[in-house]
Design a protein around this ligand. Structure first.
Ligand code: ADP
Ligand code: MG
Length: 616
């Protein structure tokens, strides 16, 4: 596995190479540090990796391995930016055998945490200890140490309070850590792993002798997720000239409400790919309820020349030279695997008829009348249990809102005035029940019935009005980027950027233009989500261009729309109660809460009268 031995030298990459490689923010949260450290251990040929976490990773992330270790001079060098032993020339990037290659991770981690490295090679008598505190590496000193490497990362973001504040709840950070750990251990079933969190042993995973074997992967899945899942695995395997796919998907009945159990690997690297998640999801269409997610652990193997692993600072995203081809193939292969498994129900000639066919005798014919009323049939949900299907049918076809009534109602407190007389602001009261439907709509009772919000449309409205206000005032708060982001836009985009510079500054961007086409982003608006810093400006310009072609509006308006479209929460995004509440409150604080900037309605209302009619 390891492509080097203990005698290699770490070299600082030539500048040209370093610049070619998109640098950026590597560490966003404890899980990103965990990923980088474990990848280093795997690159070092470790057979055993022990992970210790404290305080959901914000107190401690420590990874101990039995890999090749480092020499004293390499240990001192490892914290320098672009110090890597894995990549010397640009050609190497096309034939990468290791997980790391940018020589950026340790430097980035050390810049924002208190790091302690202990390492020893088998051939060295004494080990080495290096302590780096907020980026300043102290001298390497001799120390007794077992063969291998231990890296402890303490108090992540201790010197970047803004970043620390960006961290989510410990439960959320811990979930990210777990998912990262699970993914890494799935990618290497031949390595044994343990995970401890605050003195609890969470996982002890034995090495499976044959690393590449499907059986080894299945055993690792069982160790991680239980034997139930093991028994519900459907193997996936296909080889084409371009690509080899192997791994497992879970049988449909094993679906989950969250996406947590979806793992994708490209050349054994843990990656995320929305298109490929979607490809798998669409292969499961009609087999699992909408808004739920299948288990999968799929390994794609391909010539590294066909895949760019360097499009994302944490190397989590990849780009294939034939995106569509890979999408189609993954979908087809998963479909085929599911079709060959024994459980797939035959699609009835008319799914709706089948769904309602189970109704008590006498109601069968009426089913079509009902179905016709429900509008476009058949839906994928038609194969779901009856209750779901009929519920869906009603809820998605709410009557058009009557704007006059609604606007009136919005002026009133939406909770019972007696229950909370003081609460006379617009929006929902603190005790209102909020329910998220299919991670897409927010449903809440109001005095006269039921209110349904489209979370994306609502958020677009909020962001749009906020961007307009910021642009008018010209005082967008900016956050300085730890690592400025450099990119080279195409000529038309560069011209556009220059044209918009004034407005971008007003929004909080700090942009500098250099000779040639180089653009350096030193700051972004303060409320940009962690992890978004790198792509936001490029996406924004792209959105702006598309919108401008479609609508001929003043610059600022187009820019505000572009921001709204770029950054609004999506359909399919799970929201916590406080987030839904905030969304509603902010929507009702808008000047024009009823519609997204492009006119799509943000909400519909179902009155109790309407309900009563339907139950009559
Ligand atoms: P990269 O992995 O991209 O090379 P990193 O900053 O992650 O960059 O690591 C820098 C260098 O430190 C690596 O190239 C490797 O030589 C050395 N290194 C880091 N972690 C380990 C480890 N666990 N065992 C052995 N060498 C390591
Ligand atoms: Mg690395």
């Amino acid at each position: 596995m390891s492509v080097f031995d203990g005698d290699r030298l770490i070299r600082v990459m030539p500048d040209a190479l370093a610049n070619k490689i998109a640098a950026g923010e590597v560490v966003q949260r404890p899980a990103s540090a965990l990923k980088e450290l474990v990848e280093n251990s795997l690159d070092a040929g470790a057979e055993r990796v022990d992970v210790l976490l404290k305080g959901a990773g914000s107190t401690l992330v420590q990874v101990v391995d039995d890999g090749v270790g480092m020499s004293r001079s390499d240990a001192a060098e490892a914290f320098r930016r672009h110090a890597t032993s894995k990549l010397y020339t640009l050609e190497d990037l096309d034939a990468l055998g290791t997980l790391g290659f940018r020589g950026e991770a340790l430097a980035s981690i050390a810049a924002v945490a208190q790091v302690e490295l202990r390492t020893r090679r088998a051939t060295d008598e004494a080990g080495t200890r290096v302590v780096a505190d907020g980026g300043l590496a102290r001298d390497a000193e001799p120390v007794g140490a077992p063969v291998g490497t231990s890296l402890a990362v303490r108090n992540l973001f201790f010197n970047v309070p803004a970043r620390r504040a960006f961290l989510k709840t410990p439960a959320t950070e811990y979930r990210h850590l777990l998912e990262t750990f699970q993914a890494l251990t799935l990618s290497h079933p031949g390595v044994s792993f343990t995970l401890r969190h605050d003195d609890d042993e969470v996982y002890r995973l034995m090495a499976n002798p044959d690393d590449d074997d499907d059986a080894a992967l299945a055993r690792r899945i069982a160790d991680l997720f239980g034997h139930d899942l093991h028994d519900a695995l459907v193997p996936v395997a296909e080889t084409t000239t371009y690509l080899r796919i192997r791994g497992f998907v879970g049988r449909p009945e094993r679906h989950k409400r969250s996406r947590g159990e979806q793992f994708l690997f490209v050349n054994r690297r843990v990656v995320k790919s929305r298109p490929l998640d979607h490809a798998v999801a669409s292969a499961f269409e009609r087999l699992i309820p909408e808004g739920t997610h299948p288990f999968f652990a799929l390994f794609l193997e391909m010539d590294p020349a066909h895949v760019d692993v360097n499009v994302h600072p944490s190397k989590a995203e990849v780009k294939f030279d034939d995106e569509r081809g890979v999408y189609a193939l993954v979908r087809a292969v998963v479909r085929k695997a599911l079709a060959h498994a024994d459980f797939v129900p035959e699609l009835p000639p008319d799914p709706l008829a089948a769904t309602f066919g189970a109704a008590p005798a006498g109601h069968t014919s009426d089913a079509f009348g009902t179905a016709a009323m429900f509008g476009p049939a058949p839906t994928p949900d038609a194969l779901l249990p009856q209750l779901d299907a009929s519920f869906e049918g009603r809820i998605v076809h709410l009557p058009e809102p009557d704007p006059t009534v609604l606007e009136e109602e919005m002026m009133l407190p939406l909770v019972d005035a007696n229950a909370n007389a003081a609460h006379d602001a617009k929006g929902v009261g603190p005790e209102a029940v909020l329910f998220q439907l299919h991670d897409t709509y927010i449903v809440t009772p109001i005095r006269s019935g039921l209110l349904v919000l489209d979370q994306r449309a609502a958020h677009e409205r909020i962001l749009y009005e906020k961007a307009r206000a910021t642009l008018e005032s010209g005082f967008g708060l900016s956050q300085q980027l730890l690592f400025p982001h450099t990119f080279e836009p195409a000529a038309p985009d560069l011209a556009l950027l220059k044209e918009l510079q004034g407005d971008l500054v007003a929004l909080g961007f700090v942009v500098e233009f250099f000779s040639g086409r180089t653009v350096v982003v030193r700051g972004v608006p303060a409320d940009v989500r962690a992890g978004d810093e790198r792509s936001i400006l490029e996406d924004l310009i792209e959105q702006f261009r598309t919108l401008r072609e479609r609508l001929r509006l003043p610059h600022r308006d187009t820019l505000a729309r572009a921001i709204a479209r770029r950054s609004a929460i999506r359909h399919g995004q799970r929201l916590a109660q406080p987030e839904m509440r905030l969304l509603i409150d902010q929507l009702f604080a808008c000047e024009a809460p009823m519609a997204a900037p492009d006119g799509r309605p943000t909400l519909v209302r179902l009155s109790t009268d309407e309900l009563a009619k339907r139950f009559a």
